[in-house]
Write a protein that binds this ligand. Sequence first.
Ligand code: ATP
Length: 338
Amino acid sequence: MSHHATLIPGDGIGPEVTAAAVRAVEATGVNIQWERCELNEEVILRRNEVLPPEIIASIHRTKVGLKGPVTTPIAGGFPSVNVALRKALDLYANVRPVRTLPGVKTRYTDVAIDMIIFRENTEDLYAGLEHEVVKDVITSIKVITRVASIRIAEYAFRYARENGRKRITSVHKANIMKLSDGMFLRCAREVALGYPEVEYRELIVDNACMQLVMHPERFDLLLMPNLYGDIVSDLTAGLVGGLGLVPGANIGEKLAIFEAVHGSAPDIAGKGLANPTALMFSAEMMLTHLGEIEAAKRLGLAVRAVYERGEKLTCDVGGACSTAEFTSAVVKEIQKQQ
Ligand code: ATP
């Protein structure tokens, strides 16, 4: 069976890691007709639009995208393309599995980390509502709605039930933001009532960060609003070996975009140093989403096998190989399994 998918290489290390992930997907033998869309800082500035309509049209057509990071200017410039895309396509669930990989040296030598972050993806402080009220006084509005909070909680609990996961921990700051985070928590509690087999807990975000660093093995599924999800994702990536390893999915009712947690990493862009593991695992999630379960498993197992062997790893995880050398090792493993 053949599939259609939108491919957004992005910028920075995006083109390198997406090319690597495409090579790995092609090695599985799954036939994907890629609709390639250029979306990067240069295109945005030249066209003076953050989301060119042909990209939105392509994803509506293919229903699924594999995306590299797109650079977001800091303290000014155009708004985040990554956030704009998630909002424009209503990709409300951001799902990020964080797992120990064999052969990657971390500070946690004797515990296995296996958690999944479910981050609300469309609102919170990412609503983009910032104003200068009077000179030198800025407000930034945090939007939390019942509709969005219920649907991300439903998504996480349904996932737990369907995948036999045991516990969900809501992460919040409802002791301070009693109305907004209070609403998020009330919605999570309400949804939890329908899933008595899933243990439900709550942790204040600062305490959650400490517990995650001290006892990461105790966490299973984590449910949180947008901003905490963004920050905690990078924190947990650090627990398992860094941003080069953690994949992600942005899921809506009918559309989905798969992308790594990391950004465009301009410091290593164009040097052949980027670790494509996170985007390969994102492609594994995409294949599962497309119903290509066997191919997804083969891709995931091949990446893990390369780590187990430990000979062809990139610099960020202690190896000395280039993006292309690591990718060739993964492709070889996939071919071995056939
Ligand atoms: P953004 O704000 O767009 O998320 P960021 O400024 O938080 O981006 P990233 O681009 O995510 O930062 O990366 C932070 C650092 O982590 C990079 O500078 C780079 O050194 C490292 N890094 C990120 N992704 C990778 C990768 N795939 N392979 C190797 N190193 C990476």
